[in-house]
Design a protein around this ligand. Structure first.
Ligand code: SF4
Length: 233
């Protein structure tokens, strides 16, 4: 793993550490957004401070309509463009032909294969030639994210991960969003806390765990899609 100062990552303001990373690894740092409230905060910092870090999203083809609205409005607001990576059409066609369009409800294996085709494979392409991945992960998202650090090594993607909002609690996320008039998915006001693909995200009770609305038929599973493989299960 490249030597990066964890102490600086912890103590420096997010915008300053992002600038530091961009200078240290020009063109090698990327931020992946799913348009969550956390990701909108990081997007705001990057665009508002004009930090030349590439922002991209994975369009699985099954996202919520509201997610496309936030994506489109964000592009317009910052007069910038969030890049998109898509699954390979031949993989989707084969999966649908062999399993049907909603096979992810049938077994964990089929769900994971769908996540692999629609999310994991495209993100691997987005990471080609990159060294560092910025994420909006927070510890309170899930017990499987408790072991994360501000700077981590991601074994499956072979990248350093910078998780600037790691220790933020929900109230901080909401406060920042409010103070800076950030765009966010309106479903967050209707019980949608962790929003992913339409068939696999449900609105949940406010006191449930944050990722409880994902893959609700998989009661005892880790609730991870495979993008963040170093979230210990
Ligand atoms: S979240 Fe659901 S629809 Fe989206 S890639 Fe995973 S299994 Fe497929």
């Amino acid at each position: 793993m490249l030597c990066l100062p964890r102490k600086i990552a912890k103590n420096l303001k997010i915008k300053d550490f992002l600038k530091f990373l961009d200078k240290k690894f020009p063109g090698k740092v990327v931020f992946s957004t799913s348009f969550s409230m956390e990701d909108q905060i990081i997007t705001h910092i990057i665009f508002d401070k004009k930090i030349p870090i590439k922002i991209f999203t994975i369009d699985t083809g099954r996202l919520l309509t509201d997610t496309y609205k936030v994506w489109s409005s964000t592009n317009k607001l910052y007069k910038n463009c969030i890049l998109a990576y898509y699954p390979k059409y031949e993989n989707i066609e084969k999966y649908i032909l062999e399993n049907g369009p909603n096979a992810f409800y049938e077994s964990l294996e089929k769900r994971k294969l769908c996540c692999y085709i629609r999310k994991v494979e495209p993100i691997k392409r987005a990471f080609l030639g990159k060294l560092l991945w910025i994420t909006g992960l927070r510890i309170s998202h899930s017990i499987y994210r408790k072991s994360l650090d501000f700077l981590d090594w991601d074994n499956s993607q072979h990248l350093i991960k910078y998780n600037p909002l790691l220790k933020w609690v929900p109230v901080q996320v909401k406060e920042f969003t409010k103070i800076h008039y950030l765009l966010y998915n309106s479903l967050h006001d209707k019980g949608g806390i962790s929003l992913g693909c339409y068939p696999c995200s449900k609105t949940i009770h406010i006191f449930s765990s944050i990722r409880a609305g994902r893959w609700i038929w998989e009661k005892k599973m880790g609730k991870e899609c495979g993008l963040h493989a170093n979230c210990k299960k």
